[in-house]
Design a protein around this ligand. Structure first.
Ligand code: BYC
Ligand code: FE
Ligand code: FE
Length: 477
Protein backbone atom coordinates (compact mmCIF):
# COMPACT_ATOMS: atom_id res chain seq x y z
CA UNK A 1 0.00 0.00 0.00
CA UNK A 2 1.52 3.34 -1.00
CA UNK A 3 1.82 6.19 1.43
CA UNK A 4 -0.63 8.39 -0.45
CA UNK A 5 -3.09 5.57 -0.75
CA UNK A 6 -2.79 4.97 2.94
CA UNK A 7 -3.44 8.58 3.73
CA UNK A 8 -6.54 8.36 1.55
CA UNK A 9 -7.81 5.32 3.36
CA UNK A 10 -7.23 6.52 6.88
CA UNK A 11 -7.68 10.29 7.03
CA UNK A 12 -5.64 11.49 9.97
CA UNK A 13 -3.78 14.31 11.59
CA UNK A 14 -1.29 12.12 13.43
CA UNK A 15 1.32 11.93 10.68
CA UNK A 16 0.44 8.37 9.83
CA UNK A 17 2.10 8.67 6.42
CA UNK A 18 5.43 9.23 8.14
CA UNK A 19 5.10 6.63 10.85
CA UNK A 20 5.91 3.25 9.30
CA UNK A 21 5.56 1.27 12.49
CA UNK A 22 2.11 2.59 13.31
CA UNK A 23 1.06 2.22 9.67
CA UNK A 24 2.01 -1.45 9.73
CA UNK A 25 0.11 -2.06 12.96
CA UNK A 26 -3.02 -0.29 11.71
CA UNK A 27 -2.80 -1.93 8.28
CA UNK A 28 -2.92 -5.26 10.02
CA UNK A 29 -5.87 -4.25 12.14
CA UNK A 30 -7.90 -2.55 9.38
CA UNK A 31 -9.03 -5.72 7.51
CA UNK A 32 -10.11 -7.22 10.83
CA UNK A 33 -12.11 -4.10 11.53
CA UNK A 34 -13.78 -4.24 8.11
CA UNK A 35 -14.51 -7.89 8.60
CA UNK A 36 -16.08 -7.07 11.96
CA UNK A 37 -18.06 -4.20 10.39
CA UNK A 38 -19.53 -6.43 7.69
CA UNK A 39 -20.34 -9.30 10.07
CA UNK A 40 -21.32 -7.45 13.25
CA UNK A 41 -22.20 -3.96 11.98
CA UNK A 42 -25.48 -2.88 10.35
CA UNK A 43 -27.12 -5.89 8.73
CA UNK A 44 -28.15 -5.20 5.12
CA UNK A 45 -27.76 -1.70 3.62
CA UNK A 46 -24.02 -2.13 3.06
CA UNK A 47 -24.46 -1.51 -0.68
CA UNK A 48 -26.72 1.51 -0.24
CA UNK A 49 -25.55 5.08 -0.67
CA UNK A 50 -26.04 6.92 2.61
CA UNK A 51 -25.85 10.69 3.02
CA UNK A 52 -23.20 10.78 5.75
CA UNK A 53 -20.80 13.20 7.30
CA UNK A 54 -17.18 12.18 7.43
CA UNK A 55 -14.44 13.83 9.44
CA UNK A 56 -11.64 14.54 6.98
CA UNK A 57 -9.65 16.95 9.14
CA UNK A 58 -9.81 18.39 12.63
CA UNK A 59 -10.46 21.97 11.41
CA UNK A 60 -13.83 23.53 11.90
CA UNK A 61 -14.71 23.13 8.21
CA UNK A 62 -13.15 19.69 7.70
CA UNK A 63 -14.63 17.66 10.48
CA UNK A 64 -18.10 17.47 8.96
CA UNK A 65 -17.92 16.72 5.26
CA UNK A 66 -21.30 15.51 3.86
CA UNK A 67 -21.73 13.20 0.88
CA UNK A 68 -23.22 9.89 -0.26
CA UNK A 69 -21.08 6.97 0.78
CA UNK A 70 -21.46 3.20 1.04
CA UNK A 71 -20.79 2.27 4.64
CA UNK A 72 -17.92 -0.18 4.03
CA UNK A 73 -16.19 2.64 2.09
CA UNK A 74 -16.57 5.09 4.97
CA UNK A 75 -13.23 6.69 5.74
CA UNK A 76 -12.74 6.00 9.42
CA UNK A 77 -10.09 8.50 10.35
CA UNK A 78 -7.84 9.28 13.30
CA UNK A 79 -8.14 12.81 14.58
CA UNK A 80 -6.85 14.53 17.66
CA UNK A 81 -7.93 18.00 18.69
CA UNK A 82 -5.14 20.54 18.21
CA UNK A 83 -2.44 20.45 20.88
CA UNK A 84 -2.44 23.16 23.51
CA UNK A 85 1.07 24.53 23.67
CA UNK A 86 2.82 24.03 26.99
CA UNK A 87 -0.20 22.20 28.41
CA UNK A 88 0.15 21.20 32.05
CA UNK A 89 -1.83 18.66 34.04
CA UNK A 90 -4.79 20.39 35.59
CA UNK A 91 -5.65 18.40 38.69
CA UNK A 92 -4.73 15.78 41.26
CA UNK A 93 -1.39 15.24 42.98
CA UNK A 94 0.43 16.04 39.75
CA UNK A 95 -1.32 19.36 39.07
CA UNK A 96 0.83 21.87 37.16
CA UNK A 97 3.36 19.30 35.95
CA UNK A 98 3.78 19.13 32.15
CA UNK A 99 1.17 16.92 30.46
CA UNK A 100 2.56 13.54 29.38
CA UNK A 101 3.18 12.86 25.71
CA UNK A 102 4.07 9.26 26.52
CA UNK A 103 2.52 6.84 28.99
CA UNK A 104 4.17 7.08 32.41
CA UNK A 105 5.24 3.56 33.43
CA UNK A 106 3.49 3.68 36.80
CA UNK A 107 0.15 4.53 35.16
CA UNK A 108 0.40 2.20 32.22
CA UNK A 109 -2.09 -0.38 33.46
CA UNK A 110 -4.66 2.11 34.69
CA UNK A 111 -4.56 4.10 31.45
CA UNK A 112 -4.77 0.99 29.35
CA UNK A 113 -7.77 -0.14 31.33
CA UNK A 114 -9.58 3.20 30.90
CA UNK A 115 -8.87 3.22 27.17
CA UNK A 116 -9.94 -0.40 26.71
CA UNK A 117 -13.16 0.19 28.68
CA UNK A 118 -13.94 3.27 26.61
CA UNK A 119 -13.00 1.51 23.37
CA UNK A 120 -15.14 -1.52 24.16
CA UNK A 121 -18.36 0.49 24.34
CA UNK A 122 -18.02 1.91 20.81
CA UNK A 123 -18.25 -1.31 18.73
CA UNK A 124 -20.61 -2.74 21.37
CA UNK A 125 -23.21 -0.08 20.55
CA UNK A 126 -22.90 -0.81 16.82
CA UNK A 127 -23.53 -4.48 17.55
CA UNK A 128 -26.53 -3.65 19.72
CA UNK A 129 -28.06 -1.62 16.90
CA UNK A 130 -27.22 -3.89 14.00
CA UNK A 131 -30.73 -5.03 13.10
CA UNK A 132 -32.55 -1.72 13.48
CA UNK A 133 -32.19 -0.67 9.83
CA UNK A 134 -34.78 -3.25 8.81
CA UNK A 135 -37.49 -1.50 10.83
CA UNK A 136 -36.62 2.17 10.27
CA UNK A 137 -39.48 4.67 10.60
CA UNK A 138 -38.13 6.81 7.71
CA UNK A 139 -35.08 7.29 5.50
CA UNK A 140 -34.18 10.31 7.62
CA UNK A 141 -34.03 8.10 10.72
CA UNK A 142 -32.25 5.33 8.84
CA UNK A 143 -29.53 7.77 7.86
CA UNK A 144 -29.20 9.00 11.44
CA UNK A 145 -28.82 5.44 12.70
CA UNK A 146 -26.00 4.78 10.25
CA UNK A 147 -24.37 8.14 11.05
CA UNK A 148 -24.25 7.15 14.69
CA UNK A 149 -22.94 3.67 13.78
CA UNK A 150 -20.08 4.83 11.55
CA UNK A 151 -19.02 7.42 14.12
CA UNK A 152 -19.00 4.86 16.93
CA UNK A 153 -16.81 2.86 14.54
CA UNK A 154 -14.51 5.89 14.32
CA UNK A 155 -14.44 6.19 18.10
CA UNK A 156 -13.21 2.61 18.16
CA UNK A 157 -10.45 3.66 15.74
CA UNK A 158 -9.56 6.52 18.08
CA UNK A 159 -8.98 4.15 21.01
CA UNK A 160 -7.19 1.60 18.81
CA UNK A 161 -4.83 4.33 17.67
CA UNK A 162 -3.92 5.02 21.30
CA UNK A 163 -3.45 1.32 22.04
CA UNK A 164 -1.28 0.75 18.96
CA UNK A 165 0.80 3.85 19.29
CA UNK A 166 1.42 3.96 23.03
CA UNK A 167 1.01 0.47 24.49
CA UNK A 168 3.21 -1.77 22.35
CA UNK A 169 2.42 -5.44 21.98
CA UNK A 170 -0.22 -5.66 24.70
CA UNK A 171 -1.90 -2.61 23.18
CA UNK A 172 -2.16 -4.48 19.89
CA UNK A 173 -3.57 -7.49 21.70
CA UNK A 174 -6.18 -5.35 23.40
CA UNK A 175 -7.09 -3.86 20.01
CA UNK A 176 -7.75 -7.36 18.69
CA UNK A 177 -9.85 -8.18 21.73
CA UNK A 178 -12.04 -5.14 21.06
CA UNK A 179 -13.22 -6.93 17.91
CA UNK A 180 -13.42 -10.31 19.64
CA UNK A 181 -15.83 -9.54 22.49
CA UNK A 182 -19.42 -9.12 21.31
CA UNK A 183 -22.47 -7.47 22.82
CA UNK A 184 -24.71 -9.96 24.58
CA UNK A 185 -22.43 -12.92 23.89
CA UNK A 186 -22.60 -15.10 27.04
CA UNK A 187 -19.03 -16.40 26.57
CA UNK A 188 -17.30 -13.16 25.59
CA UNK A 189 -19.56 -10.24 26.53
CA UNK A 190 -18.76 -6.55 26.31
CA UNK A 191 -17.19 -5.13 29.48
CA UNK A 192 -19.95 -2.85 30.81
CA UNK A 193 -23.45 -4.15 31.45
CA UNK A 194 -25.43 -1.53 29.47
CA UNK A 195 -23.60 -2.58 26.34
CA UNK A 196 -24.90 -6.12 26.54
CA UNK A 197 -28.57 -5.06 26.65
CA UNK A 198 -30.50 -5.63 23.42
CA UNK A 199 -31.65 -2.56 21.46
CA UNK A 200 -34.45 -4.35 19.68
CA UNK A 201 -36.67 -1.47 18.63
CA UNK A 202 -36.43 2.22 17.79
CA UNK A 203 -37.78 3.47 21.10
CA UNK A 204 -34.92 1.60 22.77
CA UNK A 205 -32.57 3.20 20.23
CA UNK A 206 -33.78 6.74 20.93
CA UNK A 207 -33.58 6.18 24.71
CA UNK A 208 -30.11 4.67 24.35
CA UNK A 209 -28.78 7.57 22.29
CA UNK A 210 -30.33 10.04 24.73
CA UNK A 211 -29.22 8.41 27.98
CA UNK A 212 -26.33 6.07 27.21
CA UNK A 213 -24.53 8.20 24.62
CA UNK A 214 -24.80 10.94 27.24
CA UNK A 215 -22.79 8.78 29.65
CA UNK A 216 -20.30 8.77 26.77
CA UNK A 217 -20.34 12.57 26.78
CA UNK A 218 -19.53 12.77 30.48
CA UNK A 219 -16.91 10.02 30.49
CA UNK A 220 -15.26 11.67 27.48
CA UNK A 221 -15.39 15.07 29.20
CA UNK A 222 -13.57 13.64 32.18
CA UNK A 223 -10.99 11.87 29.98
CA UNK A 224 -10.58 15.10 27.98
CA UNK A 225 -8.98 16.53 31.14
CA UNK A 226 -6.46 13.68 31.35
CA UNK A 227 -2.79 14.38 31.96
CA UNK A 228 -2.06 11.86 29.19
CA UNK A 229 -2.25 14.41 26.41
CA UNK A 230 -2.98 12.08 23.45
CA UNK A 231 -6.02 10.73 25.33
CA UNK A 232 -7.20 14.24 26.18
CA UNK A 233 -6.87 15.37 22.57
CA UNK A 234 -8.55 12.27 21.11
CA UNK A 235 -11.54 12.47 23.42
CA UNK A 236 -11.95 16.21 22.83
CA UNK A 237 -12.38 15.52 19.14
CA UNK A 238 -14.79 12.62 19.81
CA UNK A 239 -17.02 15.00 21.75
CA UNK A 240 -17.70 17.03 18.59
CA UNK A 241 -19.37 13.95 17.10
CA UNK A 242 -21.19 12.91 20.26
CA UNK A 243 -23.54 15.92 20.16
CA UNK A 244 -25.36 14.54 17.11
CA UNK A 245 -25.90 11.14 18.77
CA UNK A 246 -27.64 12.78 21.70
CA UNK A 247 -29.60 14.99 19.31
CA UNK A 248 -30.90 11.85 17.59
CA UNK A 249 -32.05 10.54 20.97
CA UNK A 250 -33.55 13.76 22.25
CA UNK A 251 -35.50 14.57 19.09
CA UNK A 252 -36.39 10.91 18.56
CA UNK A 253 -38.08 10.62 21.95
CA UNK A 254 -39.63 14.06 21.45
CA UNK A 255 -41.22 12.97 18.17
CA UNK A 256 -42.65 9.81 19.75
CA UNK A 257 -44.06 11.92 22.60
CA UNK A 258 -45.52 14.49 20.18
CA UNK A 259 -47.20 11.78 18.15
CA UNK A 260 -48.63 10.17 21.29
CA UNK A 261 -50.14 13.53 22.25
CA UNK A 262 -51.61 14.08 18.78
CA UNK A 263 -53.21 10.65 18.82
CA UNK A 264 -54.56 11.15 22.34
CA UNK A 265 -56.33 14.24 21.14
CA UNK A 266 -57.62 12.50 18.04
CA UNK A 267 -58.98 9.55 19.97
CA UNK A 268 -61.97 10.37 22.14
CA UNK A 269 -60.97 7.67 24.60
CA UNK A 270 -57.32 8.78 24.64
CA UNK A 271 -56.44 5.22 23.64
CA UNK A 272 -53.22 5.82 21.77
CA UNK A 273 -52.62 2.17 21.03
CA UNK A 274 -55.94 1.85 19.20
CA UNK A 275 -54.52 4.40 16.75
CA UNK A 276 -51.11 2.75 16.49
CA UNK A 277 -49.17 5.16 18.71
CA UNK A 278 -46.91 4.61 21.71
CA UNK A 279 -48.55 5.66 24.97
CA UNK A 280 -46.81 7.95 27.47
CA UNK A 281 -46.74 5.41 30.36
CA UNK A 282 -44.87 2.98 28.11
CA UNK A 283 -42.43 5.74 27.16
CA UNK A 284 -41.88 6.36 30.89
CA UNK A 285 -41.03 2.67 31.44
CA UNK A 286 -38.43 2.69 28.64
CA UNK A 287 -37.02 5.91 30.11
CA UNK A 288 -36.81 4.28 33.57
CA UNK A 289 -34.89 1.36 32.12
CA UNK A 290 -32.30 3.30 30.13
CA UNK A 291 -31.73 5.99 32.72
CA UNK A 292 -31.10 3.46 35.51
CA UNK A 293 -28.99 1.24 33.26
CA UNK A 294 -26.92 4.25 32.24
CA UNK A 295 -26.41 5.32 35.88
CA UNK A 296 -24.63 1.99 36.37
CA UNK A 297 -22.01 3.16 33.88
CA UNK A 298 -20.67 5.64 36.41
CA UNK A 299 -19.45 2.83 38.69
CA UNK A 300 -19.92 2.79 42.45
CA UNK A 301 -21.05 5.91 44.33
CA UNK A 302 -17.91 5.66 46.44
CA UNK A 303 -14.88 4.44 44.56
CA UNK A 304 -11.21 4.22 45.43
CA UNK A 305 -10.52 3.61 41.73
CA UNK A 306 -11.98 7.01 40.92
CA UNK A 307 -9.93 8.63 43.70
CA UNK A 308 -6.75 6.99 42.39
CA UNK A 309 -7.46 8.05 38.79
CA UNK A 310 -7.97 11.64 39.93
CA UNK A 311 -4.95 11.75 42.22
CA UNK A 312 -2.76 10.40 39.44
CA UNK A 313 -4.03 12.99 36.93
CA UNK A 314 -5.58 10.34 34.66
CA UNK A 315 -9.28 11.21 34.82
CA UNK A 316 -10.71 14.53 35.99
CA UNK A 317 -14.20 15.86 36.53
CA UNK A 318 -16.34 17.08 33.62
CA UNK A 319 -15.22 20.65 32.78
CA UNK A 320 -12.50 20.35 35.43
CA UNK A 321 -10.63 23.46 34.31
CA UNK A 322 -13.66 25.55 33.36
CA UNK A 323 -16.00 24.80 36.23
CA UNK A 324 -13.87 24.32 39.34
CA UNK A 325 -11.29 26.37 41.23
CA UNK A 326 -9.79 23.78 43.52
CA UNK A 327 -8.24 20.98 41.48
CA UNK A 328 -6.60 19.09 44.30
CA UNK A 329 -9.68 18.52 46.52
CA UNK A 330 -7.90 16.84 49.41
CA UNK A 331 -10.08 18.46 52.08
CA UNK A 332 -13.48 18.72 50.34
CA UNK A 333 -16.42 16.51 51.16
CA UNK A 334 -19.32 15.53 48.91
CA UNK A 335 -22.85 14.33 49.63
CA UNK A 336 -23.47 10.83 48.33
CA UNK A 337 -26.78 8.94 48.52
CA UNK A 338 -27.06 5.58 50.27
CA UNK A 339 -29.92 3.31 51.35
CA UNK A 340 -31.52 4.13 54.74
CA UNK A 341 -34.32 2.17 56.41
CA UNK A 342 -37.31 3.25 54.32
CA UNK A 343 -35.78 5.59 51.82
CA UNK A 344 -32.55 7.03 50.50
CA UNK A 345 -30.39 9.05 52.89
CA UNK A 346 -27.26 11.17 52.52
CA UNK A 347 -23.72 10.54 53.56
CA UNK A 348 -20.70 12.87 53.47
CA UNK A 349 -17.56 11.35 52.01
CA UNK A 350 -14.19 12.79 50.94
CA UNK A 351 -14.74 14.21 47.46
CA UNK A 352 -11.98 12.22 45.79
CA UNK A 353 -13.78 9.02 46.72
CA UNK A 354 -17.09 10.45 45.52
CA UNK A 355 -15.95 11.44 42.03
CA UNK A 356 -18.15 8.86 40.28
CA UNK A 357 -21.12 10.50 42.04
CA UNK A 358 -19.88 13.99 41.17
CA UNK A 359 -19.77 13.03 37.48
CA UNK A 360 -23.09 11.24 37.71
CA UNK A 361 -24.75 14.27 39.29
CA UNK A 362 -23.60 16.45 36.37
CA UNK A 363 -24.99 13.78 34.05
CA UNK A 364 -28.36 13.66 35.83
CA UNK A 365 -28.69 17.43 35.55
CA UNK A 366 -27.96 17.24 31.84
CA UNK A 367 -30.51 14.41 31.39
CA UNK A 368 -33.22 16.47 33.07
CA UNK A 369 -33.00 19.18 30.42
CA UNK A 370 -34.30 16.92 27.64
CA UNK A 371 -36.98 15.49 29.92
CA UNK A 372 -38.14 19.07 30.54
CA UNK A 373 -38.40 19.62 26.78
CA UNK A 374 -40.45 16.46 26.36
CA UNK A 375 -42.73 17.64 29.18
CA UNK A 376 -43.18 21.04 27.58
CA UNK A 377 -44.40 19.28 24.43
CA UNK A 378 -46.92 17.29 26.51
CA UNK A 379 -48.03 20.42 28.31
CA UNK A 380 -48.47 22.47 25.16
CA UNK A 381 -50.68 19.67 23.79
CA UNK A 382 -52.85 20.27 26.86
CA UNK A 383 -52.26 16.82 28.29
CA UNK A 384 -51.85 16.14 31.98
CA UNK A 385 -48.83 13.85 32.20
CA UNK A 386 -45.24 14.36 33.36
CA UNK A 387 -42.23 12.25 32.46
CA UNK A 388 -39.73 11.97 35.32
CA UNK A 389 -36.26 10.61 35.91
CA UNK A 390 -36.48 7.78 38.45
CA UNK A 391 -34.59 7.85 41.75
CA UNK A 392 -30.88 6.97 41.67
CA UNK A 393 -31.77 3.89 43.73
CA UNK A 394 -34.17 2.43 41.18
CA UNK A 395 -33.21 -0.70 39.19
CA UNK A 396 -29.51 -0.50 39.92
CA UNK A 397 -27.02 -3.29 39.24
CA UNK A 398 -23.87 -1.47 40.37
CA UNK A 399 -23.02 0.44 43.54
CA UNK A 400 -24.70 0.83 46.95
CA UNK A 401 -28.23 0.29 45.59
CA UNK A 402 -27.33 -2.87 43.70
CA UNK A 403 -30.34 -5.22 43.45
CA UNK A 404 -32.34 -3.35 46.09
CA UNK A 405 -36.15 -3.19 45.79
CA UNK A 406 -36.38 0.60 45.41
CA UNK A 407 -39.34 2.30 43.72
CA UNK A 408 -38.84 5.04 41.11
CA UNK A 409 -39.79 7.60 43.79
CA UNK A 410 -36.95 6.38 46.03
CA UNK A 411 -38.94 4.43 48.63
CA UNK A 412 -37.38 1.15 49.75
CA UNK A 413 -40.00 -1.58 49.42
CA UNK A 414 -40.26 -5.20 50.43
CA UNK A 415 -39.09 -7.56 47.72
CA UNK A 416 -42.68 -8.77 47.31
CA UNK A 417 -44.14 -5.30 46.83
CA UNK A 418 -41.40 -4.41 44.41
CA UNK A 419 -41.90 -7.50 42.28
CA UNK A 420 -45.65 -6.92 42.22
CA UNK A 421 -45.18 -3.41 40.82
CA UNK A 422 -42.22 -4.04 38.52
CA UNK A 423 -44.30 -4.22 35.33
CA UNK A 424 -45.56 -0.68 36.04
CA UNK A 425 -42.01 0.61 36.11
CA UNK A 426 -39.96 -1.30 33.57
CA UNK A 427 -40.77 -2.37 29.99
CA UNK A 428 -42.71 -5.65 30.15
CA UNK A 429 -42.64 -8.35 27.49
CA UNK A 430 -46.09 -7.13 26.44
CA UNK A 431 -44.77 -3.55 26.06
CA UNK A 432 -41.93 -4.72 23.91
CA UNK A 433 -44.17 -6.94 21.82
CA UNK A 434 -46.48 -4.00 21.26
CA UNK A 435 -43.64 -1.70 20.20
CA UNK A 436 -42.27 -4.48 17.98
CA UNK A 437 -45.68 -4.76 16.30
CA UNK A 438 -45.35 -1.11 15.19
CA UNK A 439 -41.89 -1.53 13.73
CA UNK A 440 -42.75 -1.94 10.05
CA UNK A 441 -40.09 -0.39 7.82
CA UNK A 442 -40.91 2.89 6.07
CA UNK A 443 -38.43 3.42 3.25
CA UNK A 444 -40.28 5.62 0.77
CA UNK A 445 -38.73 9.04 0.35
CA UNK A 446 -40.40 11.58 2.66
CA UNK A 447 -42.72 9.06 4.36
CA UNK A 448 -42.86 8.71 8.14
CA UNK A 449 -44.11 5.84 10.31
CA UNK A 450 -47.38 6.52 12.11
CA UNK A 451 -45.94 6.19 15.63
CA UNK A 452 -43.69 9.26 15.55
CA UNK A 453 -43.96 12.86 14.34
CA UNK A 454 -41.72 14.09 11.51
CA UNK A 455 -38.60 16.02 12.53
CA UNK A 456 -38.77 19.81 12.32
CA UNK A 457 -35.90 19.97 9.87
CA UNK A 458 -33.66 17.75 7.77
CA UNK A 459 -29.92 17.15 7.90
CA UNK A 460 -27.41 19.79 6.78
CA UNK A 461 -30.11 22.09 5.38
CA UNK A 462 -31.69 19.34 3.27
CA UNK A 463 -35.47 18.94 3.29
CA UNK A 464 -37.11 16.18 5.31
CA UNK A 465 -38.12 14.42 2.09
CA UNK A 466 -34.54 14.32 0.84
CA UNK A 467 -33.38 10.89 -0.29
CA UNK A 468 -31.07 10.33 2.71
CA UNK A 469 -30.54 6.71 1.74
CA UNK A 470 -30.39 5.57 -1.88
CA UNK A 471 -31.29 1.93 -1.81
CA UNK A 472 -29.13 -0.28 -4.01
CA UNK A 473 -31.41 -1.48 -6.80
CA UNK A 474 -29.97 -4.99 -6.94
CA UNK A 475 -30.30 -5.76 -3.25
CA UNK A 476 -32.95 -7.97 -1.74
CA UNK A 477 -33.86 -7.51 1.90
N1 BYC B 1 -20.43 -2.81 34.54
O1 BYC B 1 -14.56 1.45 41.48
P1 BYC B 1 -15.84 1.23 40.75
C1 BYC B 1 -19.73 5.58 25.57
C2 BYC B 1 -16.59 -2.57 38.02
S1 BYC B 1 -20.14 5.28 27.20
C3 BYC B 1 -19.53 -3.77 34.91
O2 BYC B 1 -17.03 1.85 41.31
P2 BYC B 1 -14.76 2.66 38.58
C4 BYC B 1 -20.71 5.19 24.56
C5 BYC B 1 -15.29 -1.80 37.96
O3 BYC B 1 -14.60 -2.04 36.75
C6 BYC B 1 -18.68 5.74 28.13
N2 BYC B 1 -18.56 -3.56 35.83
O4 BYC B 1 -15.71 1.63 39.23
C7 BYC B 1 -22.08 5.34 24.76
C8 BYC B 1 -14.55 -2.28 39.16
O5 BYC B 1 -13.96 -3.53 38.90
P3 BYC B 1 -12.70 -4.06 39.78
C9 BYC B 1 -17.69 4.63 28.33
C10 BYC B 1 -18.49 -2.36 36.42
O6 BYC B 1 -13.57 1.92 38.13
C11 BYC B 1 -22.98 4.95 23.81
C12 BYC B 1 -15.66 -2.54 40.18
O7 BYC B 1 -16.86 -2.70 39.42
N3 BYC B 1 -16.48 5.12 28.93
O8 BYC B 1 -18.70 6.07 25.30
O9 BYC B 1 -14.60 3.89 39.37
C13 BYC B 1 -22.54 4.43 22.61
C14 BYC B 1 -15.76 -1.41 41.18
O10 BYC B 1 -16.18 -0.27 40.49
C15 BYC B 1 -19.39 -1.33 36.09
C16 BYC B 1 -16.05 4.81 30.16
O11 BYC B 1 -16.65 4.04 30.86
C17 BYC B 1 -20.39 -1.59 35.11
N4 BYC B 1 -21.29 -0.66 34.76
O12 BYC B 1 -15.72 3.13 37.39
C18 BYC B 1 -21.17 4.28 22.38
C19 BYC B 1 -14.79 5.49 30.63
N5 BYC B 1 -19.08 -0.26 36.86
O13 BYC B 1 -11.69 -2.94 39.81
C20 BYC B 1 -20.26 4.66 23.33
C21 BYC B 1 -13.75 4.57 31.14
C22 BYC B 1 -18.05 -0.60 37.63
O14 BYC B 1 -13.25 -4.37 41.10
N6 BYC B 1 -14.17 3.80 32.31
N7 BYC B 1 -17.68 -1.86 37.37
O15 BYC B 1 -12.25 -5.26 38.98
C23 BYC B 1 -14.16 4.26 33.58
O16 BYC B 1 -13.85 5.40 33.82
C24 BYC B 1 -14.50 3.31 34.70
O17 BYC B 1 -14.09 2.05 34.31
C25 BYC B 1 -15.99 3.24 35.06
C26 BYC B 1 -16.11 2.37 36.34
C27 BYC B 1 -16.56 4.63 35.27
C28 BYC B 1 -16.81 2.55 33.98
FE1 FE C 1 -18.77 7.01 20.92
FE1 FE D 1 -22.04 8.20 20.69
Amino acid sequence: MSTVDHYDKIPNNVNLQRDRKLQRALEKWQPNFLNWWVNMGPEGFQLDDIYLRTAISADSDGWAHFDYVKMPDYRWGIFLADPVEGRTIGFGDVADEPAWQQVPGEHRNALKRLIVTQGDTEPASVEQQRLLGHTCPSLYDLRNLFQVNVEEGRHLWAMVYLLHNYFGRDGREEAEALLFRNSGNPDKPRILSAFNEPISDWLHFFMFTYFTDRDGKFQLLSLAESGFDPLARTTRFMLTEEAHHMFVGETGVLRVVQRACELMKESKTEDVRALGGIDLPLIQRYLNFWYSTSLDLFGGEVSSNAAAYFGAGLKGRAYEMKKYENHVILEDMYVVPKPGTDDIVEEHVPMRNALNTVLRDSYAEDCQRGVDKWNRAIESAGIDFTLTLPSVGFNRKIGVFQDMPIAPDGRILSREDYDARKADWLPSDADQQYVASLMAPVMEVGKMANWLAPPTKGIKGKPIDFEYVRRYAGEKD
